[in-house]
Design a protein around this ligand. Structure first.
Ligand SMILES: *Cc1c(COP(=O)(O)O)cnc(C)c1O
Length: 410
């Protein structure tokens, strides 16, 4: 009994420790569908209408009428759920259609759906690699990649973020350690900085050392590259990536679900051995039907990704002209560097008062001294929204003394 009580006291202490360290993550309640403008509800019930700059809703598809209609239609024709994993009685025609459509969109042979990209990454490495093999990973890879690699027996190597010389060092080391097969795995786009992996260089290096190359396209599929196929398109290596994982929960609709897309043999083996696939329920028909509609939209027109690119270029220019320090790049993830953690929190709080919803990130999510506001631009933002955001940033930044040369437009 007292040991049981001790357990709960122990948890309470852990929680207090998280609060004391200033790392406690609260959750803001939203009372509307996801979109450019949302309504938040405070614990005391007061509501606030805000401009949303922190969703992964890059193409604005989370509440797009065609996507919602396709979800309704699949719900009507294919029911609410399958009550089964895929290999027992959980595969509908819709699932096979979506897998084929994703393969075509991404330039691969076959695709396997998962409940989430976290599961796709979690169930990727263990079935494919054994203890004679090597997996080489960027130090800033997503948590789900790190966990997936932990579950496999391959020897692990880690290179400095986006550092091609250090990647080559790892490739040489794996070769001299006698690796049978070597897989290099990276985020296509890194979520904290919007950095776009150098896949052209990586492909060449992997070819030199006979290594396979895999990428996680969660922050890229649907909008990075001239037709939105992803980082491989952007870097000129479309059709030349061995394994692509991704999510249906960001640009490609925003509900949930993930996938791994690769050569036929890879996908076939994953269907046999990947544990999150074998032992977790099939993706709901409404999500699958809506995801097919998303691919119809994106293959039919680049208007949404083009608008997103225009919005991003405009916002990056305007926020820099206002005197903010941002990380260079082209991605709709725009890290507005505040450096100091307390200042980042103050800026986010003041912006909320001004009707702009953004989130501050600080250590340990990003390195010490690199606290920031991460803005995420969407195709659903209108120019007036972005102007409102820049005006509010400018006002709050001035109040808090965060702007470089006041009015400087260098
Ligand atoms: C969001 C994200 C995931 C997880 O995606 P879910 O489908 O929500 O599980 C995995 N990898 C990266 C790089 C991500 O950004």
């Amino acid at each position: 009994m007292s040991k049981q009580q001790d357990f709960y006291s122990h948890l309470a202490q852990e929680l207090q420790g998280i609060r004391d360290a200033g790392l406690y993550k609260g959750e803001r309640i939203i009372a509307t569908p996801q979109g450019a403008h949302i309504r938040t509800v405070a614990p005391d019930g007061t509501t606030r209408d805000v401009l949303n700059l922190c969703a992964n809703n890059y193409l604005g598809l989370s509440s797009h009428p065609d996507v919602v209609a396709a979800a309704h239609e699949a719900l009507r024709t294919h029911g609410y759920g399958l009550s089964s994993v895929r290999f027992i009685c959980g595969t509908q025609d819709l699932h096979k259609t979506l897998e084929a459509r994703l393969s075509r969109f991404l330039g691969t042979e076959d695709t396997i759906l998962y409940a989430a990209a976290f599961d796709a990454n979690g169930g990727l490495f263990e079935p494919l690699l054994g203890e004679q093999d090597a997996v080489i990973s960027d130090e800033l890879n997503h948590a789900s990649i790190i966990d997936g690699i932990r579950l496999c027996k391959a020897k692990r190597y880690r290179y400095k973020h986006n550092d091609m010389a250090d990647l080559e060092r790892c490739l040489q080391q794996a070769a001299s350690d006698g690796a049978r097969f070597t897989l290099v795995f990276t985020d296509g786009v890194f979520s904290m900085d919007g950095t776009i992996a150098r896949l052209d260089t990586m492909r060449a290096l992997c070819d030199t050392y006979g290594a396979l190359l895999g990428i996680d396209e969660c922050h890229a599929s649907g909008f990075v590259g001239a037709t939105g196929r992803g980082t491989h398109e952007y870097r000129g290596v479309f059709g030349k990536i061995d394994i692509i994982t991704g999510t249906l929960g960001k640009a490609l609709g925003g509900a949930s679900g993930g996938f791994t897309s690769a050569r036929r043999e890879v996908v076939e083996l994953l269907r046999q051995r990947s544990r999150p696939y074998l032992f977790s329920n099939t993706v709901a028909p409404s999500i699958v039907g809506a995801s097919i509609a998303v691919l119809d939209l994106l293959e039919g027109s680049t208007a949404l990704r083009d608008k997103l690119a225009d919005n991003t270029a405009w916002f990056r220019g305007a926020i820099r002209a206002a005197g903010f320090d941002i990380k260079d790049g082209e991605h709709p993830i725009v890290p507005i560097m505040v450096h100091d953690a307390v200042a980042a929190q103050k800026l986010a709080a003041r912006l909320l008062e001004l009707g702009i919803y953004v989130v501050g990130f600080f250590f340990p999510v990003v390195p010490k001294g690199q606290a920031r506001i991460r803005v995420q631009i969407s195709a659903v933002h209108e120019r007036a929204d972005l102007e409102q955001a820049v005006a509010a940033f400018t006002q709050a930044g001035r109040e808090l003394g965060l702007l470089k040369a006041e009015g400087g437009r260098a």
